[in-house]
Every structure is written in C-alpha cells, then in structure tokens.
Write a protein that binds this ligand. Structure first.
Ligand SMILES: [Zn+2]
Length: 154
C-alpha cells in the first residue's frame, strides 16, 4: 500500500473585487513547506487596457486586518496595514509579496517566502491594489486603491 504524505498546513483566500470591480475574483493558496511558505495566486477579471505599454501590474500584500469590509472611501479599509509583526519598513513587511502581472485580466503568480508561517496568517487578509508597488514609498509602496480582498482561512 502506498503511504500518504504527511498533511501540510494549508490555507486558502477566496478573493473578490470591490463593487467597482465586480468581475474580479481569484484564489490564493498558502502551503507550509519545511523552510517557508509557497504562495500561489490565480486571479481573473483584473482591469486592463488594450494599450501594449500599460499592462496592468498590481501590488499584492497580506494585510494585518481580518475583514474585507470598509467604507465609501475605501471598501477594504478594515484590512488595516501590511502584516508587519517585526515592525520593519516597507518592503520588508512580512506581508509584502511580489506583484501580480496582468495578462488581459488574468494573473498567475507563485512565490516562496519564509517571512511568515501559514499558521500565523490565518484570519488575516490578502489585498490586491490598483497599481504596482514601488517597493520604497512608506508605508505601502504607493500602490493605490484596494481593488480586491480575501480572508485567509485555514
Ligand atoms: Zn509593506
């Protein structure tokens, strides 16, 4: 009989666009590996322009808040700031991740990071922004409005 591999700790965030971006949806899986976490995002319905020099690039972060709710000005205000348990500057927040590169509204991104464990980010949120992350402006890389959000569930 084939032995099953030990179960890995895994979490999933189902991402949904704000009311301005109703077509936006996707899934982010986070899998605990021995030395870090494999983060994989697949997203559909991102905004895009036909112009070849304005392919969408979208900042992608784990935020410390636990709710994809907000107010008229910021529909995801309650996601709070970037997950930052070690009090580092941006882009050294634990929740800072590579951006999503759009392909006519579709994006797929996979990255390995040891900045956090899956257990510690369950209950927090994944946020997609309207702009790229410049990886220098404080506190959030001048990434623009929050266009999609998902709560990370174990
Ligand atoms: Zn950050």
């Amino acid at each position: 009989m084939v032995k099953r591999k030990a179960m890995r700790v895994q979490a999933l965030a189902e991402v949904r666009g704000s009311s301005k971006y109703p077509e936006l949806r996707g899934k982010v899986t986070l899998t605990q590996m021995t030395n870090g976490v494999l983060v994989t995002a697949e997203v559909f319905g991102l905004p895009y322009k036909a112009d070849k020099c304005s392919n969408g690039i979208f900042a992608f972060h784990i935020h410390s808040g636990g709710s994809c709710s907000g107010n008229g000005e910021d529909p995801f205000a309650n996601t709070d700031g970037h997950y930052n348990p070690n009090n580092c500057p941006h882009p050294y927040h634990a929740g800072d991740l590579p951006p999503l590169f759009g392909n006519k509204g579709y994006a797929y991104m996979s990255v390995f990071t040891d900045r956090f464990t899956v257990k510690e980010i369950i209950g927090k949120t994944v946020v997609i922004h309207s702009r790229y992350d410049d990886f220098s402006t404080q506190p959030a890389g001048n990434a623009g409005e929050k266009i999609a959000c998902g709560v990370i569930r174990g």
